[in-house]
Design a protein. Structure first.
Ligand SMILES: [Zn+2]
Length: 243
């Protein structure tokens, strides 16, 4: 049941065709683990919190830096040097008082991921490095919890739902990729556009069906073009081919 307060708060989405109270209750009963409270994590957390996801678990190991603020809209100038997890908690608690927000100021690794994410219905990958994405991937394969992946590379970005064995896994896509220490170029509005779609597809996955399962959405921000490409599992994938 939705409370009177919730009926008012979510009124404009409750009247959406193909949504209604049943979809709202699915969101209320959902737990989402958001890995990273940066450029993608901002729009993802804002829109998931605003939509009424029952429990958001957010993990980030960093503190806010001045150079984050061109894109990381969860945080403001007053939060410089504050853990991003704490800043995210403050911002989102102010936005929606009806939901549970749990934040962790820690790095994600193979030792703590079970404790952080085992209650999640879906993981949202808002990370910026391959090593931690591989931690999410191993956990996702083992526990059959899907990952809504997004990534940004300058003016280009991508989005897909990784739900092995029903779809490719992270390693099927990035087996060759390696991390570098160079700062990556990114405009806040590009992270905002893709992070917003990542939140949208997470809401659709939880209430009905995502449109990016077995499909990679490729976004060219400079040319303002979206392309949807079919993606397949890598039969020789080191992480998921045994499934
Ligand atoms: Zn794979």
């Amino acid at each position: 049941m939705l409370s009177k307060q919730e009926e008012s708060r979510y009124q404009r989405q409750l009247i959406l065709p193909d949504f209604g109270e049943s979809a709202q209750l699915k969101l209320k009963n959902s737990t989402v683990f958001v890995a990273g409270a940066g450029g993608l994590g901002g729009p993802v957390c804002f829109y998931l919190a605003a939509a009424g996801i029952g429990k958001l678990i957010i993990c980030d190991r960093d503190t806010v830096d001045l150079s984050n603020l061109n894109r990381q809209i969860l945080h403001g100038t007053a939060e410089i040097d504050v853990p991003k997890a704490d800043s995210a908690n403050k911002t989102l608690s102010n936005l929606n008082t009806e939901i549970v927000i749990e934040t962790h100021n820690t790095s994600i690794n193979d030792d703590n991921i079970e404790q952080l994410a085992s209650m999640a219905d879906i993981i949202v990958d808002c990370l910026d490095n391959i090593a931690t994405r591989n931690v999410l991937n191993r956990f996702s394969i083992k526990n059959k919890i899907p990952v809504m992946h997004a990534g940004i590379d300058g003016w280009n970005a991508q989005l897909t739902l990784l739900n092995p064995p029903l779809t490719a896994c992270m390693s099927c896509l990035f087996d060759e990729a390696i991390d570098t220490d160079e700062p990556k170029p990114v405009l806040g509005a590009v992270a905002g556009a893709v992070g917003t779609l990542q939140a949208l597809e997470t809401i659709k996955y939880l209430t009905a069906k995502s449109s990016v399962e077995n499909t990679l959405l490729f976004f060219d921000a400079l040319g303002l073009e979206y392309h949807k490409l079919p993606i397949e599992k890598n039969e020789n994938c080191s992480a998921c081919s045994h499934l």
